[in-house]
Design a protein around this ligand. Structure first.
Ligand code: B4P
Length: 308
């Protein structure tokens, strides 16, 4: 059964779509398996026509309009004290939502307790499907809008490992919640922590939102603080019901392929046949390693040296 929140999201989505205020972008999925992970490559050719941030910067519209202030009322779902929940105007997956700050804040700012509380709220209120929340932080993280926004997308429930990166999580179930570790299967620097189901269950006092968001914030900050200081300006943050991950970035693209947080969940988006072939030939992990920081010691030392 759907929650009131889900009903509101679906109604808003359908109405905005009917009225031409929201675009559902058709895509097909190709799978490629590397290091025991069955990655999903989403091929969405019509997105290639959408102007990129780079193109927009070079165009006469240099002072880009902020799409979130004012936001399109047709995409509005709900408001909180400091955030609004909007539907994503260009979605590849239906009911993709954005948690946007009401006042302008930079997309390179770290998340605060209220950001995490409202991301978690959207995840908890989506009961009929699993979800993943993410934040493309900073200019190299794959973000195209500088106004602070977090995102939550529903995941397919008929797929065994959803998101695909979950295929390796089970090997790390003995890790203690709160402990920071990384997956040996991945060639790039990243930090993961498992979330404690007890801390998230609401058994800790009556102020559920406050205690849970405090717990999420502590875990998020310990991931951020584990990154070398110079990397804290651009990174991807991902959160599911059971884990959080952070991936420092050193470039936005590998070749033509722009990667956002979902790439590190094992879900990569490509916009042309050439990009699809490129990823198949080069290898998906190599693309991800190319935009992140390689675990290769020389590169790591080099990057830390440059960034401090
Ligand atoms: P950002 O954090 O700035 O960047 P992004 O998610 O990587 O999306 P981008 O804009 O770069 O789009 P792309 O073609 O790569 O997020 C900005 C968000 O605001 C986006 O969701 C954007 O669509 C949305 N937006 C822009 N104008 C808006 C407006 N006027 N009102 C409301 N929302 C507005 O990717 C296209 C879409 O596919 C993105 O939504 C992206 O998140 C999503 N996507 C990428 N990989 C995916 C995958 N593997 N599976 C499913 N979806 C995927």
């Amino acid at each position: 059964m759907q929650t009131n929140f889900e009903n509101k999201v679906t109604e808003t989505y359908e109405r905005a779509f009917r009225r031409g205020e929201l675009y559902f972008v058709e895509s097909t999925i190709a799978n490629i398996t590397e290091n025991d992970i069955e990655f999903e490559i989403r091929f969405a050719p019509s997105l290639a026509k959408k102007p990129t941030a780079e193109q927009t910067e070079e165009s006469p519209l240099k002072n880009k309009v902020d799409p979130f202030a004012p936001y399109n009322q047709e995409l509005f779902v709900q408001e909180f004290e400091n955030h609004v929940i909007l539907l994503n105007k260009f979605c590849v997956v239906p009911n993709h939502i954005l948690v946007v700050t009401k006042e302008y804040e930079e997309q390179s700012n770290p998340l605060n307790q209220e950001d995490l509380a409202n991301m978690w709220y959207c995840m908890m209120q989506t009961k009929s499907q699993s979800t993943i929340a993410f934040y493309n932080c900073g200019s190299l993280s794959g973000s195209s809008q500088p106004h602070k926004h977090m995102q939550v997308i529903p995941l397919p429930s008929n797929v065994r490992f959803s998101p695909p990166i979950n295929a390796i999580i089970y090997k790390y179930q003995s890790k203690i919640p709160g402990e920071i570790f990384n997956f040996s299967e991945l060639p790039y620097v990243h930090y993961v922590t498992l979330l404690d189901p007890q801390q998230l269950s609401g058994h800790h006092g009556h102020n559920y939102k406050e205690t849970v968001s405090q717990y999420l914030t502590e875990n998020y900050l310990s991931l951020v603080n584990t990154m070398a200081e110079g990397f804290r300006a651009s990174y991807n943050f991902l959160m599911t019901h059971t884990w959080m991950m952070i991936v420092p970035r050193r470039s936005e693209k590998y070749g033509q392929i722009s990667v956002n947080s979902l790439g590190f969940a094992g879900m990569l988006l490509v916009k042309s046949e050439e990009e699809l072939e490129f990823v198949k030939n080069v290898g998906l992990l190599r693309v991800l390693e190319g935009v992140a920081v390689s675990k290769d010691k020389d590169q790591l030392i080099d990057n830390i040296h440059i960034s401090v």
